[in-house]
Write a protein that binds this ligand. Structure first.
Ligand SMILES: [Zn+2]
Length: 433
């Protein structure tokens, strides 16, 4: 393992972790960067007795840049990024827009209602970014176990260093993935927060563990793991050093906890064998979550589209009893064009962009559809439904195929479903003549 330390143009630290000892990384950063702004404060929320980090300066941070402007990809001669090297395995650097910083100080006007001096503190701590692949389109689940081992070594290195910073009481490596949870950069990356307070969930975990030891003489985490392994129903994956299971009181549709078999205080306490055994099981769990998540998203979109078509058909007085829905495969492709197609339609119909009338990515407006005047003749009605559905879901029928599609539809709503299945053939690049 090779560890290379350098500084970025604005003075932030950057560390490369390489599995090969002969890896050479570029150390100088040619960019001209302004100094990092650190206006973070901690405010005490007296209502629930929790610290809250308020970091107003982060509003200007890079938000969802296009792939060719990605600040986490390796640098090229034309475009320097946050990572000066032209390649990397794992690289960790201080966040340019940190929520917590060792340079944080109290603002002149702390702006809290409670006048107690303890109600506001500087947002002291550290926020680091962990890039674990130079591949913009990869994910943690796509890493080889050996790459995960390098990430693990980076986490351990950072834990050992960050916990020595004055005032830091918890070091927390994590990965947020997906725009749904607020990720602002698509390039796969994790973060490490060095907190100046114990976050609420950790505090409760520790308190529960302490109480359990007092009452039983045993450790709670040992007992939970033993109970899950004895029961076995919720075990997702296991190897000699780790057990992955769905907790009995899971809070999320997909939630898996990964416990080391041996109780330990922190990541640096993992043995060599335990570090080695982590990659295969973590990646296995992530891959299974991805498959589950993708299936669920497809099902949801499919239901959404089915409701839409059904609502349209019903609003036109058609029999929807036999309607079986739109296939997920068709939906997956159609949904990708959803926004663009809506925008084109909106410009045509309203002479204004879609977003000017529809505030969010709302699901198909079934109510609006239901208000359409009913078409009495079933054949004509189904044809209109089909046309509307194709337009809504961004399906472009190639010339000549629209007539053939209408031709295979009969007067029942079941045909709409069949027709939508057939519409797959009309998606560009798929089976069309
Ligand atoms: Zn990237």
């Amino acid at each position: 393992m090779k560890r290379t330390v350098a500084r970025l143009a604005d003075g932030r630290g950057i560390l490369y972790f390489d599995s090969r000892d002969d890896a050479v990384r570029r150390l100088d950063d040619p960019r001209d960067l302004p100094a990092v702004s650190t206006e973070s404060v901690l405010r005490w929320d007296a209502a629930v007795e929790e610290w809250v980090v308020v970091a107003g300066h982060r509003q200007g941070r890079t938000f969802q840049p296009p792939a060719d402007q990605c600040p986490l990809c390796p640098s090229t001669p034309e475009r320097p990024t946050e990572v000066p090297s032209d390649d990397y395995e794992v690289v960790v650097f201080e966040n340019r827009f940190p929520s917590l910083s060792m340079d944080a100080s109290l603002p002149d006007h702390p702006g809290v209602v409670l006048a107690e001096p303890s109600a506001v503190r500087p947002g002291t701590g550290r926020c680091e970014v962990v890039c674990f692949t130079p591949d913009h389109d990869a994910s943690f689940a796509s890493l080889a176990p050996q790459q995960v081992r390098t990430v693990m070594e980076a986490w351990i290195d950072r834990t050992l260093e960050l916990r020595t910073l004055p005032g830091v009481v918890q070091v927390f490596p994590f990965e947020n993935r997906g725009a749904e949870i607020g990720v602002t950069l698509a390039h796969p990356h994790g973060q490490i927060y060095a907190y100046p307070f114990v976050p609420p969930r950790t505090e409760r975990l520790l308190a529960a563990e302490r109480r359990h030891v007092e009452q039983t003489g045993r450790h709670l985490s040992d007992d939970i793991l033993a109970a899950e392994r004895a029961d076995g129903r919720r075990i997702v994956a296991e190897n000699d050093a780790w057990t992955a299971f769905v907790p009995a009181a899971a809070r999320w549709p997909f939630e898996v906890h990964l416990y080391p078999r041996r109780r330990m205080p922190d990541l640096p306490a993992l043995t060599d064998d335990e570090r080695e055994a982590f990659g295969p099981i973590y990646v296995e769990v992530l891959r299974r979550l991805h498959r589950g998540g993708a299936r669920q998203a497809l099902r949801a979109r499919s239901r959404e589209a089915s409701r839409f078509v059904e609502g349209m058909a019903r609003s036109r007085g058609l029999d929807t009893a036999g309607f079986r829905g739109v296939s997920p495969a068709l939906q997956a492709r159609a949904a990708a064009r959803w926004a663009a197609a809506n925008d084109a339609l909106a410009r045509e119909a309203w002479n204004a962009p879609w977003t000017s009338r529809v505030p969010t990515d709302a699901p198909p407006p079934v109510n609006e559809v239901a208000a359409l005047p009913p078409v009495p003749a079933n054949e004509a009605g189904m044809r209109a439904v089909m046309d509307d559905a194709c337009a809504r879901f961004g399906i472009t029928l190639r010339r000549g195929w629209a007539a053939r599609l209408h031709g295979i539809m009969d007067a029942s709503a079941t045909a709409a479903s069949t027709a939508m299945q057939h519409a797959r053939a009309f998606l560009p690049g798929e089976g069309a003549p």
